[in-house]
Ligand binder design. Structure first.
Ligand code: F0G
Length: 460
């Protein structure tokens, strides 16, 4: 049986192509926009040729997905392929390359909820994936397509997490991988991963957007499969956290989901996941999806302010949250659609606000990388603006593990991360959060004295 039920549709002009026609470029020949994966057999519209012939039944899906949790089959252990009926993109699911991604925890953030005056606040921690970021969910799907189509080489430009994920999945599949990263502008943890997993890693003297430009020419000249998120198969895997969230809440959905925005594929993928679940009758309404960017890398925020999301002007991006240091996001049009159809917001936060939010998530015993912390910083602003009610259930999507960028965390606690004027803006919040390590003589008395000095009455 062929498991493949999809076609590709251009988000700009709506033209449809067969999957073989996409090659490795993933831009529409007519209008230059991106494609998205579409399943014509799910469509119930009267004019549709296949009119619902492959449309899965919502009740049966819920049952089979739950049953698979107890299954011993490798594919069922993946939090992506457990939902494989919603991503029929392979000729055979037997070709899937998996590292048991997905199935990530949804943590209750009780302390933060209390301090913000929100009843129910959760963090869906995508940093708990095999390579430490949400990219694994999209890499298992797109790299499986590369393998099935017999590519020998895969490639991506990256701010670090895509490259770590791609290198790992390529190694598992026995494919070679080429990574282009901006020199000196990615966290060491991420660079070390692509080396460890055997990628050919090129540091280019440019930013992420420059790396992307170089790579888009390379894929036209060499038989390498492009695994950046312009590849629509990435989004098919990346939509599955939406399914996990809906399943967790017993197929009702939270009022609000907040995600970081860089190249804007993640927000687009989550929106697609909820949209498809609603179309299939798995859920009855969409959650609001809001996107938060760093103030120094905020092209989507500017797009809404300047043109209501109709056009985008690239910016020269700069933020210490290096994962989202992106000035010319590829998936901006898809992200605009998600905000408009769900009624979410797009906003930005300062470097100080990101640092404080990251430390607060650390104190919940969870932690995340700086790019993920924009979600909490954004939530505070949304709450203050009255866009989030006290009775709302809110989910923050944390995208990367705290160990990805230990330099950032240490810089914060040592007081060397922020410029004085940035720190001054958040001085009050920072005061109780910094926990620098102290050097102490190797005696019990010295340690007890240090405890007393740091904590005051530490024994109570
Ligand atoms: N959070 C983290 C930790 C990321 O690594 C990224 C993107 C994002 C958020 C933003 O997601 O691009 O889909 O809007 N990292 C890419 C990379 C660009 O190359 O690893 P997005």
């Amino acid at each position: 049986m062929n498991d493949n039920l999809h076609q590709l549709r251009c988000c700009g002009c709506g033209v449809r192509i067969r999957r073989e026609q996409a090659g490795s470029i993933f831009r529409c020949k007519d209008c230059g926009d991106l494609f998205e994966v579409e399943y014509p057999g799910w469509d119930l519209a009267a004019g549709s040729a296949s009119r619902g012939t492959d449309r899965p039944n919502a009740g049966a899906l819920r049952w089979v997905w739950r049953e698979r949790r107890a299954s011993s089959e490798l594919l069922d252990h993946s939090g992506v392929w457990r939902f494989r009926e919603l991503l029929p993109i392979l000729d055979s699911f037997g070709n899937a390359v998996t590292l048991r991604e997905g199935n990530t925890p949804l943590y209750h953030l009780t302390r933060t909820a209390r301090s913000l005056g929100i009843d129910q606040l959760f963090a869906k921690h995508q940093g708990m994936n095999p390579t430490g970021s949400f990219k694994d969910t999209g890499m298992t799907s797109a790299l499986s397509v590369a393998k099935e189509r017999s590519y020998k080489w895969v490639a991506c430009a990256s701010t670090g997490n895509t490259s770590a994920a791609m290198a790992a999945y390529a190694a598992r599949a026995g494919l070679r991988s080429l990574v282009l990263i901006p020199q000196g502008k990615i966290a060491w943890g991420k660079l070390s991963q692509s080396m460890d997993y055997g990628a050919v890693t090129c540091q280019l003297n440019t930013d992420f957007d420059g790396c992307m430009k170089v790579l888009s020419t390379i894929v036209q000249q060499a038989p390498v499969y492009l695994l950046n998120s312009v590849n629509p198969y990435r989004l098919e895997g990346q939509k599955t956290p939406a399914l996990e969230i809906a399943e967790y809440f017993d197929w009702s959905v939270p009022e609000h989901i907040i995600v970081p925005g860089g190249n804007l594929a993640n927000s687009s993928a989550l929106g697609k996941g909820f949209r498809e679940m609603k179309a299939l009758g798995l859920i009855s309404r969409l959650p609001k999806i809001s996107i938060v960017q760093a103030e120094g890398a905020n092209p989507l925020v500017r797009s809404f302010a300047q043109s209501g999301g109709k056009s985008i002007e690239p910016v020269a991006a700069n933020t210490r949250a290096t994962a989202i240091r992106i000035g010319n996001p590829a998936s901006w049009r898809k992200a605009v659609r998600v905000i408009e159809e769900t009624g979410g917001w797009c906003l930005d936060v300062t470097e100080g606000e990101i640092a404080v939010a990251k430390a607060e998530l650390g104190l919940e015993g969870i932690g995340c990388e700086p790019a993920s912390a924009v979600t909490l910083a954004g939530l505070k602003k949304l709450k203050a603006a009255g866009h989030v009610e006290a009775s709302d259930t809110v989910v923050l999507l944390l995208t990367g593990h705290t160990l990805k960028d230990a330099d950032y965390t240490i810089g914060f606690h040592r007081g060397t991360l922020l410029e004085p004027e940035e720190a001054a803006q958040v001085a009050g919040e920072m005061a109780g959060l910094r926990r620098d390590a102290v050097e102490v003589e190797a005696t019990p008395d010295a340690v007890l004295n240090a405890l007393g000095e740091i904590e005051g009455r530490w024994d109570s």
